[in-house]
Design a protein around this ligand. Structure first.
Ligand SMILES: *Cc1c(COP(=O)(O)O)cnc(C)c1O
Length: 343
């Protein structure tokens, strides 16, 4: 197995590395056990486990950041705990208690502290909590046993190029139905996005953009990231819809755009035939951080935002503010950063 000392932190991709320690907790006989750290990366389950057939599974994604002074920061982990509870409820799964979720994240990061990449390497420790239905059943019904787990893996940039703009194409496919599971971080949404994502890549784009499934006129998601645009008169606009995954990064940017950059902000409709209103655009999420959207192709029309090669000025200021807060270089709004205690 690779050790932290062998890592080339500055050239990391977005891949899985086994760090040796993970978290496991089981739900049996109607109750969660607290669980703890284990070294076994595998999971043993019945061939009839719900997760394998009926898809009772949801997940979260967040990161641990190494600060300049060597401390470890978590960004808004309480929001991930709350969102996982909502995802679990949507699939009729018992949520692992939110306060235990936060403690478990801290425990697993502390156990893997050497795997949190150095400050300024551009890499972070990605944290992946997940919840799966284990109990055996043949009929469509919720499982009676569940596993809550967390693994971690050091990662580099999600979209290669970091702050270099990427080009996207509007997909004919939907990732979620209007009143389906789009707002929950559940596995089925991602299985549904693999084919359209592959198609977009084969056509030379970074990823697919999904429109609202009911009317196909408004932008919803950029691959597995949320969308924002900056209008000519400097308004920060981001889509609002029940089939969008509510990105914690997006809600943080809404706050920062208003409170720190003094911009007008709006959660509303982003019509795909009115994209010429926007002078900058971006994709945002924990993995994507903020990735500038250089262009969007809609049928035979191509909209370019700011530039296909350089990040726009407002996108750059938002990026610096957000990333500065995550790494502890910029003062965080109350409650946004939690420290992982390390020896
Ligand atoms: C996780 C995710 C996001 C980003 O959410 P964050 O909380 O900012 O990480 C956006 N869209 C989809 C579809 C996602 O799964």
């Amino acid at each position: 197995m690779t050790t932290p000392e062998q890592m080339d932190w500055n050239n990391l991709g977005f891949g899985y590395t086994d760090t040796g320690k993970r978290y496991r907790a089981y739900y049996r006989n109607g109750a969660w056990e607290k669980g703890g750290i284990t070294e076994d990366a595998t999971i043993t389950m019945s061939e009839a486990a719900n997760v394998l057939h009926y898809g009772q599974t949801c997940f979260e994604g967040l990161k641990a950041y190494r600060t300049k002074s060597g401390e470890i920061n978590l960004f808004r982990v309480d929001q991930n705990a709350a969102r996982m509870r909502r995802s679990a409820e949507r699939l009729l799964m018992p949520a692992y208690p939110e306060d235990w979720f936060v403690e478990a994240v801290k425990e697993v990061v502390a156990a893997n502290a050497d795997w949190v990449p150095p400050y300024e390497s551009g890499a972070t420790l990605y944290i992946r909590p997940f919840l799966i239905g284990l109990g055996a059943s043949i009929g469509v019904s919720p499982a009676d046993e569940y596993l809550f787990g967390i693994y971690v893996s050091p990662v580099g940039a999600y979209f290669k190029g970091g702050l270099t703009p990427s080009n996207f194409v509007v997909s004919d496919y939907d990732r979620a139905a209007p009143q389906g599971t789009g707002a929950a971080k559940v596995a089925g949404n991602y299985a549904a996005s693999l084919y359209p994502g592959k198609k977009a890549k084969l056509d030379g784009y970074t990823d697919a953009i999904y429109l609202d499934p009911a009317t196909k006129t408004k932008i919803e998601e950029v691959g597995a990231a949320n969308f924002f645009g900056i209008t000519k008169d400097n308004k920060f606009v981001t889509p609002l819809s029940p089939s969008i995954l509510p990105s914690i990064t997006k809600y943080s940017l809404l706050y920062l755009a208003k409170e720190r950059l003094g911009l007008e902000v709006e959660e509303g409709d982003v019509y795909v035939d009115q994209l010429d209103q926007y002078v900058e655009a971006g994709a945002c999420g924990t993995a994507a951080v903020i990735s500038p959207v250089g262009s969007i192709t809609v049928g035979d029309k191509k909209y370019v935002f700011h530039s296909e090669t350089e990040v726009g000025p407002i996108t750059k200021r938002l990026y610096d503010e957000l990333v500065g807060i995550q790494y502890g270089d910029v003062e965080a709004p109350e409650g946004w950063i939690q420290k992982v205690p390390v020896k």
